[in-house]
Design a protein around this ligand. Structure first.
Ligand SMILES: *Cc1c(COP(=O)(O)O)cnc(C)c1O
Length: 400
């Protein structure tokens, strides 16, 4: 597939996030030999003169506008459905309700399949396609499977998805309609992950699991670049992020580091806040106990499918970003997520996923803890559309 224009720089190399060991980026590679996530590293010094905020003006409103710091080299391998560059919705009534200076909702529900999983999967599928993968597989709590099915279909590559049997019905309907091979499992995403791993080893499928290949985080990091652009060249004081595997939080933290190296920003950073469900809160527990790794949460239950992640391979990266940014982590019950979906909806016009509702539910708590103040500018991440959860019941609802 020849491309009309010159190839993009792509990543210079891959680096282990735990040992700093360096690897060739022109191969299909999952975790590092240490069993930790790999990060793509770019020659940012060489990009300083030409990859400037001014150079972005007039580019198409998708995440591919940041192509110089993305891994795909040949544009012909871009698999795109119009993902990214979602609206940053100014929400004055929600800001007044909380008593903060200013508040925006980054509405990731407006991505092609209705969740921000599209960012990561468009990148992982594109790069795997470029590097020669021919069959893809993913364990998922739901939305990542929908995104994989969509981008696999767009690329013309077969996709195998393994999801818990209680995955929201709209997501199952989507996976089927997009032609993916769907397996339902009586278990959690971690159990689905074991099944996928085995088939990848036996049948040569390429594993798209969170942070077990280097490129989903590259797609997700574009949220950090977008915040900077959409706020007119600055970053907010606080970012409230519903955390499962943590790719988005880790990705934005990586983006801020890159932006500093590119000379776009200084050393100041937004405070990063992780929100989880009281039914599955490994990061909150680890943060409260001052630990650097989170371990596994037993008996994870929450209707916020994206937060039902009992153990995350990038736990130490999430906790590091929270700590270094002087942020924090807080858990909210499902019933409150549901209430805040409605309050947020009535205040903003956005029908949020429960994960988005969770970020709003977290704000009063974070203010009470003194971690967010009246003078702060705050961004909440609504990571998906409420439409994908229609028919799901919050766990432990008070009227049941
Ligand atoms: C996957 C998911 C999350 C969690 O995202 P991570 O980056 O894996 O922490 C949050 N919300 C929704 C809607 C999701 O699908």
């Amino acid at each position: 597939m020849p491309s009309a224009t010159s190839p993009l720089p792509g990543a210079a190399f891959l680096q282990c996030t735990a040992t700093d060991e360096i690897f060739d980026s022109e191969q299909l590679i999952g975790l590092s030999p240490a069993g930790k996530p790999l990060f793509a590293r770019y020659d940012l010094v060489a990009l300083r003169d030409r990859f400037t905020p001014g150079a972005l003006v007039g580019r198409a409103p998708t995440l591919w506008r940041y192509e110089e710091v993305l891994p795909v080299r040949d544009r012909a391998f871009r698999v795109t459905l119009g993902e990214g560059f979602t609206p940053l919705v100014d929400s004055p009534r929600l800001a007044r309700r909380f008593g903060v200076r200013r508040l925006w909702v980054k509405d990731e529900g407006q991505n092609p399949t209705g969740s921000f999983k599209d960012r990561g999967l468009c990148m992982a599928v594109s790069r795997a396609f470029e590097l020669g993968a021919r069959e893809l597989a993913i364990p998922s709590a739901g939305n990542a499977a929908g995104s994989s099915a969509a981008y696999g279909a767009a690329a013309g590559l077969p996709v195998h998805v393994v999801v818990p049997e209680d995955t929201p019905l709209p997501i199952l309907a989507e996976i089927r309609a997009l032609g993916a091979d769907l397996a339902l499992l009586d278990g959690l995403i971690s159990d689905c992950g074991r099944v996928v791993r085995q088939r990848c080893d036996e049948d040569g499928w390429w594993d798209l699991s969170t942070l077990k290949e280097p490129y989903r985080v590259e797609g997700k990091k574009t949220m950090g670049y977008e915040l900077f652009e959409q706020l007119g060249g600055r970053l907010p004081d606080a970012i409230v992020y519903p955390t499962g595997g943590g790719t988005g939080l880790i990705g934005m933290w990586k983006a801020f580091g890159e932006m500093e190296e590119l000379g776009w920003i200084g050393s100041a950073r937004p405070r990063m806040f992780s929100v989880q469900s009281t039914g599955c809160a490994p990061m909150v527990r680890a943060w409260e106990e001052g630990r650097e790794e989170a371990g596994t949460w037993e008996d994870a239950v929450t209707y916020a499918a994206g937060l039902r992640v009992p153990g995350a391979v990038g736990d130490f990266l999430i906790l590091r970003a929270i700590r270094e940014s002087e942020g924090g982590a807080v858990a909210v019950p499902d019933a409150e997520m549901e209430e805040w979906v409605e309050t947020m909806g009535a205040d903003t016009g956005i029908f949020a996923a429960p994960e988005g509702g969770a970020t709003a539910a977290a704000v009063p708590r974070l203010m009470e803890m003194g971690l967010i103040g009246a003078n702060d500018e705050v961004v909440l991440f609504n990571t998906g559309s409420g439409l994908k959860y229609v028919g799901m019941e919050p766990v432990g609802r008070s009227d049941q």
